[in-house]
Ligand binder design. Structure first.
Ligand SMILES: [Zn+2]
Length: 79
């Protein structure tokens, strides 16, 4: 049988508990970044009237349904 003192038992218990929280935190952060980047890549706003445009077919140019202007979809850089 493994002989543990109370101090070592508390230390190991806290280390495992905090490691679990850290792993969940990192996992949620990676999932949040992935979901926000995919959502932002498909959502644009019109540069003339500010209406929201959604690119569901990966087009390079979208026509605004409100004002009819053509908007270029720029996925590079920024937020
Ligand atoms: Zn517009």
């Amino acid at each position: 049988m493994i002989h543990l003192t109370l101090a070592w038992f508390v230390f190991i218990y806290l280390a495992i508990f905090l490691a679990g929280i850290l792993i969940l935190w990192i996992g949620y952060e990676m999932l949040r970044k992935h979901l926000s980047s995919t959502a932002a890549a498909q959502h644009f706003s019109c540069r003339i009237c500010g209406a929201s445009l959604t690119d569901s077919q990966n087009n390079t140019i979208l026509k605004c349904p409100s004002c009819g202007s053509l908007n270029e979809c720029n996925n590079q850089g920024g937020f």
